[in-house]
Ligand binder design. Structure first.
Ligand code: SAM
Ligand code: SF4
Length: 328
């Protein structure tokens, strides 16, 4: 599918739940967000029905996300169902805290690779940023992913001044001995994060400067790992892994955006930074047979054609949905 600006759209991020076992400061308010009713969340067979049509329309890459995908029961079976459909790439984004028990099963079910979010290596700080989590669990999840042969394993670090900027060199050092691809992500002011006004984006230059200040080795530009998307990729000399920067604010990558999102409640979202949504759940629940397939196709075409050329300015007030509902 080509959008109105000639971009090939071949990547769908599927949010399977808005629930999460953590409360990261940049993603959710401390009390959590008001949750969708269970009945409003797409059932697995509905997700598979959407993906069957998506594949026919040219979607080749699928990422499962949330909320925290691993809190949803039966997720391994959903992965098996998606993998059987023959997509070129099936991946997952997870906070990793439940991954140790799932990595092997997910690999066997056909998951190719995993991105694990990890914003600190320090137990007290990890617990402050996630408000509830234990860093040991996330690290065990990352180790299990490596052991199970999920490749590449990427680690997403949202860099926040005053929270974890002083740890970026330690994160970079992880790549020396582990085959990890650490990506420093710029914080995006999205969703209702009242009370977190002190959160501010750190541009990639400041992260690089902090790494160079603390490490004697010089970063070298290198080839990106598979599925690198918009990350610029670097390497420490002799390292097993790489380092990347994803900077949606200071270096927007709209010109090469190839993705759509499916929210947990069945809305196709053409752009993360815009509230435009096309409803699929109504079609899934109120149509049958060929007419259902035709209407799903139409919804995809409408979503693709309403992709904006560039993102609107991030605006908290207009961003009604938090990341955990959109599927980051
Ligand atoms: N729960 C899973 C996780 O944390 O990996 C998957 C969902 S989470 C919404 C997906 C990604 O979005 C995570 O890497 C998280 O760090 C990132 N994210 C959430 N809110 C963000 C924000 N305001 N700015 C930048 N990244 C954000
Ligand atoms: Fe949960 Fe992921 Fe949001 Fe953190 S970033 S609160 S782990 S959905």
């Amino acid at each position: 599918m080509k959008d109105g600006f000639g971009r090939e759209i071949n990547y769908l991020r599927v949010s399977v739940t808005d629930r999460c076992n953590l409360r990261c400061v940049y993603c959710m308010p401390p009390e959590g967000v008001s949750l969708l009713d269970h009945d409003d969340i797409l059932r697995y067979e509905e997700i598979l029905a959407v993906l069957a049509v998506a594949k026919k329309l040219g979607i080749s890459h699928v990422r499962i996300t949330g909320g925290e995908p691993l809190v949803r029961k039966g997720l391994v079976e959903l992965v098996r169902g998606i993998a059987k459909m023959g997509f070129q790439d099936v991946s997952m984004t997870t906070n990793g805290t439940l991954l140790a028990d799932h990595a092997e099963l997910l690999k066997q079910a056909g998951l190719k690779r995993v991105n694990v979010s990890l914003d600190s290596l320090r137990p007290d700080r990890f617990s402050s940023i996630t408000r509830t989590g234990r860093v040991e669990d996330a690290l065990a999840g990352i180790q299990a992913a490596i052991r199970s042969g999920l490749r590449p394993v990427k680690v997403n670090v949202v860099v926040m001044a005053g929270w974890n900027l002083d740890e970026v060199a330690d994160m970079a050092r992880l790549t020396l001995n582990l085959p990890l691809h650490v990506r420093f992500i710029e914080y995006m002011p999205i969703g209702p994060s009242e009370g977190m006004e002190e959160l501010s984006a750190v541009p990639p230059g400041a992260v690089m400067a902090e790494i160079s200040r603390k490490l004697s080795e010089k970063l070298e530009l290198c080839a990106a790992p598979p599925g690198a998307g918009p990350a610029e990729t670097w390497k420490l000399p002799g390292a097993k892994g790489t380092i990347g920067f994803i900077s949606a604010l200071s270096k927007p990558f709209c010109h090469s955006c190839n993705r759509l999102r499916l929210t947990a409640d069945g809305k196709l979202r053409p752009c993360l930074a815009s509230d435009i949504e096309v409803d699929l759940r109504e079609v899934l629940r109120n149509s049958k047979g060929d007419s259902k397939v035709r209407k799903i196709e139409e919804a995809f075409r409408r979503a693709v054609l309403s992709k904006p050329r560039v993102r609107q300015l991030w605006n908290r007030e207009s961003q009604a949905r938090p990341m955990c509902q959109i599927g980051g």
